[in-house]
Design a binder for this molecule. Structure first.
Ligand code: SF4
Length: 326
């Protein structure tokens, strides 16, 4: 059981709605409900894996909680030297908030400025947030390059001189430069070769144990988050449909959507027969989500109340919550 006094971030009823077709003269009454009322806690030094299909709102959620985009509603509390709430945060407090929350992006090719040297890329947040001298900053950049597995002598090279995996290491060095408490990892390995993915995952685990980092690890593939997550949340059409410890999600998935994701993970042992659950249809539009349970048009277990009544996310066991009538 995770101790409640280790909560680092508490997210309540977070929503991000994008109006459609609004302009200066008319406001819209139609919205894309990218994030639709998420309640979740993140714990210090732990990893929450957030998994769902493309377009389910997981990256929007990640950007909302570091306020890279402004949520439409809800509250986020962060427990640092004291409690910070995005509802009441002053401009001066936002600096402390943002220093402690960093992001690693999916595509290391487009997230690094090709005109900047590695020294400039990694030192940018250090210069903006400290009064270190030029030499001290350079020493710190070399130290960061070393701990993420890059050669510090390559300080003055440009991103194009590095491989995809090395570029992701540069992004990680930049993200940890200010010693944040939480890093949002937005599909950080999905653009990399399989052989490189495990190296980056191991690096993230090493950095977590060295610096006590918490991660929100966003992925569309349950197999990727298996080894890095302490807890896993499954997201569908802007809502969390199941949360539990990583072990429980794999051994005892309760929501039919989670069960279908688990069934899609390849089993390396050819003697074990894995029955794949194939979902029918595409993910519905978040502009007009299905009535009742948003998953009901695709759910193999759909029964009478599902199309009428929306299920709540309810705790079924300790630390295991499911949004389903079953
Ligand atoms: Fe399926 Fe009904 Fe559960 Fe939704 S509430 S997941 S439709 S069984």
């Amino acid at each position: 059981m995770i101790e409640s006094d280790k909560i680092l971030m508490s997210v309540r009823n977070l929503k991000k709605y994008y109006p459609i077709g609004s302009n200066f003269f008319k406001s819209s009454d139609e919205y894309v409900k990218a994030v639709d009322g998420i309640d979740i806690d993140l714990y210090a030094g732990k990893t929450l894996g957030l998994v769902g299909e493309s377009g389910c709102g997981k990256s929007t959620f990640g950007k909302c909680i570091i306020r890279a985009i402004e949520p439409s509603a809800g509250d986020i509390k962060v427990y640092l030297d004291r409690e910070y709430s995005i509802r009441e945060m002053r401009k001066s407090e936002f600096r402390t908030f943002r220093r402690n929350l960093q992001m690693i992006f999916q595509d290391p090719n487009s997230s690094l400025d090709p005109r900047m040297t590695i020294r400039d890329i990694i030192s940018e947040p250090i210069k903006a947030n400290s009064s270190l001298s030029k030499n001290q900053t350079e020493e710190k950049v070399k130290y960061l390059m070393d701990i993420v597995g890059l050669n510090p002598n390559q300080l003055y090279r440009y991103p194009h001189a590095f491989s995809g995996g090395q570029r992701q290491r540069i992004g990680i060095a930049r993200a940890i430069a200010l010693r944040p408490k939480l890093i949002i990892c937005d599909e950080p390995v999905s653009a990399l070769d399989v052989s490189i993915q495990s190296q980056i995952l191991n690096l993230l685990l090493d950095l977590q144990s060295e610096f006590g980092l918490a991660y929100l690890f966003i992925a569309h593939d349950l197999a990727v988050v298996k080894h890095i997550s302490d807890r896993i949340a499954i997201m569908y059409l802007g809502q969390i449909v199941e949360t539990a410890s990583a072990g429980t999600v794999y051994q005892d998935p309760r929501h039919p959507y989670t069960q279908s994701l688990i069934s899609a993970i390849p089993v390396p042992d050819p003697t074990i027969k894995n029955e794949r659950i194939i979902l029918s249809g595409d993910v519905p539009s978040p502009i007009a989500p299905p009535s009742g349970c948003h998953f009901h048009p695709r759910c193999p277990a759909c029964f009478e109340p599902c199309a009428e009544t929306a299920p709540e996310l309810k705790e079924t066991d300790a630390e295991h919550s499911v949004r389903c009538h079953l």
